[in-house]
Design a protein around this ligand. Structure first.
Ligand code: NI
Length: 184
């Protein structure tokens, strides 16, 4: 089932997400729905807050990045913790399904070490570099209540202000289902 994607301005995108247990209701279905929602929106990753749930869950499928070494890289991350970030910072152009139409260069460290549970609650520790590290860092930020625009300079953010406000009001031009934030 394709779920509506929460948009910039929705408070759920700013929540620190909480761990889940294997008993989390309908977890397998939820994960399947997240993949379906992500593919429908042509994303390479999606995190639970983006479908309205403040839990530590995100999924990645890097197939669409069209790079030889990322073929078949598909993962489910439950209760993930990035334990180390190392290396030189490098700039990469990021976008987000919750911030449609905006892409900006963001600098992050080159390598990460991450510990997580997969969909069968088997624990893994993996080290990623470069682009796959980047995708995981971006999704990981979502479960920590952070968005890529947080890394931009105040000037850059000021320049994007009107467009961000439009997104919050549901005025962005998107070809997937969105959930417009209910603002007070
Ligand atoms: Ni995102």
């Amino acid at each position: 089932m394709i779920l509506p994607i929460t948009q910039y301005g929705d408070p759920v995108l700013r929540q620190m997400c909480t761990d889940i247990t294997p008993e989390y209701p309908n977890l397998k279905q939820l994960i399947a729905n997240m993949f379906e929602t992500m593919y429908n929106a042509s994303g390479v990753g999606i995190a639970a807050p983006q479908i309205g749930l403040p839990i530590r869950l995100f999924v990645v499928d890097a197939e669409a990045m069209d790079e030889e070494n990322l073929k078949g890289f598909k993962r489910v991350y439950i209760n993930a913790k990035i334990t180390e970030e190392q290396g030189e910072k490098w700039a990469y152009n990021e976008g987000c399904l919750s911030i449609p139409g905006i892409r900006e260069d963001v600098s992050r460290k080159e390598q990460i070490t991450i510990t997580y549970f997969d969909e069968n609650f088997v624990k893994h520790t993996e080290v990623y570099n470069a682009k796959i590290a980047r995708v995981v860092q971006h999704e990981y930020d979502h479960i920590e209540g952070k968005l890529f625009v947080d890394y931009l300079s105040p000037l850059k953010r000021e320049m994007l202000k009107a467009r961000l406000t439009n997104i919050t009001k549901g005025r962005a031009d998107v070809d997937y289902k969105i959930k417009i934030p209910k603002l007070k």
